[in-house]
Design a protein around this ligand. Structure first.
Ligand SMILES: [Zn+2]
Length: 363
């Protein structure tokens, strides 16, 4: 997919930028792709599906079932824009794509829907119109594969590196049985891993695989459909997740290539390191505070204001934090500060960020 990498900056989908992506943001692309409304959300926002191709292999994809996970949607739209130009790649497939399953959460920039429900914990109960719509679409379309497209928090690392992308072939039971469906999904993920390593070595992880029958992936696996979880993550100061978006789209395209040419590599799957909760946004090391040397971890809370997401620092942990790594790390052992505020976990840390001259991000 190296051709994709050179074309990607020119794709029409690149007009969708920033972390705040909602129905209006993508409406012109929905028109371009001939999307049709297939349902509506709790707050009566439209939910659309895009149909592409008429080949024999049917794949159902959805993104932004968590409304604040927009990188997945942007990466997906880049992949679709590329496929629309490359008809030969599309030929084996009939794709059905729901690019924003939770438009209310997208508008409010929340994980949950307008009823405060996590749609990815509603597979069995099916209490929400958005989860029912996904499951009805699944049954009507009867896909051979499902792609469940998400963003992950900034806390994830693999070994010593930040985790840009993680993947999971979820299990259908507590025993994590390797069913034919799971093996097939593992095989696609193994292939993606092999394709990514030359480009983003050691930044790919295997997502936490505890079984939860209320998650959509586990549910569809239980129905015998290979389902792949894709998670777009954080690396360094790329809070717009521009690099992540590119490799996310690349991964979607590589997955399609693997499926069309039957290049599955399940044996690689368990070699992918499992993600660890090892990163924080900012790690301030060796700070002299009230007569002691401490480390302070800051985490950003993402706040929607004026159509942008502002990354507001909060004191996450205070102590000797050798087990944590920072997307940004600052050793302040050679500096002295006079503190006007007290440090306490959970408190707003804008004043500390100002004191240390940290960049304040908004995207
Ligand atoms: Zn998610």
């Amino acid at each position: 997919m190296n051709a994709f990498l050179s074309i990607q900056p020119l794709l029409k989908s690149q007009g969708v930028k920033g972390r705040y992506v909602h129905v209006e943001t993508i409406s012109s692309l929905l028109t371009t792709f001939g999307a049709v409304q297939i349902g509506e959300s709790v707050d009566k926002r439209p939910i659309h599906a895009i149909d592409m191709g008429n080949g024999p292999i049917k794949i159902l994809m959805w993104s932004q079932m968590h409304g604040n996970e927009s990188t997945a949607t942007k990466g997906l739209l880049d992949a679709l824009s590329y496929l629309a130009q490359q008809s030969s790649l599309l030929k084996p497939f009939t794709l059905k794509i729901i690019p924003m399953l939770n438009p209310d959460g997208a508008a409010a920039y929340t994980r949950v829907n307008a009823n405060d429900i996590d749609l990815n914990r509603d597979a069995l109960n099916q209490t929400q119109p958005e989860s029912r719509l996904l499951i009805e679409t699944y049954h009507a379309f009867n896909p051979q594969y499902c792609f469940n497209l998400h963003d992950q928090r900034t806390i994830f690392g693999v070994n010593e590196s930040p985790c840009m992308l993680s993947f999971l072939a979820p299990a259908k039971d507590m025993e994590k049985t390797i069913t034919p469906a799971r093996e097939s999904a593992m095989g696609v993920i193994g292939y993606i891993q092999k394709a990514l390593q030359p480009h983003i070595p050691n930044q790919v992880g295997r997502y936490d695989d505890s079984f939860n029958p209320n998650c959509m992936g586990d549910y569809f696996m239980g129905k015998g459909t290979p389902t792949l979880l894709f998670e777009a993550g954080q690396v360094g100061q790329d809070y717009a997740r521009v690099e992540t978006r590119k490799w996310f789209a690349f991964s979607v395209l590589e997955a399609l290539k693997c499926i069309s040419l039957d290049l599955h590599m399940p044996s690689i799957y368990f070699d992918i390191p499992e993600v660890e909760k090892s990163f924080v946004d900012v790690l301030i090391q060796n700070l002299m505070y009230e007569g002691k040397v401490i480390d302070v971890a800051l985490q950003y809370v993402e706040v929607l204001k004026d159509e942008q997401i502002h990354f507001v620092p909060i004191v996450h942990r205070i102590g000797k934090l050798d087990s944590l790594q920072g997307h940004k790390s600052i050793d302040v052992s050679s500096q002295t500060f006079s503190f006007l505020n007290k440090l306490s976990e959970g408190s707003n840390a804008v004043w500390l960020a100002d004191l240390l001259n940290l960049t304040q991000y908004s995207h």
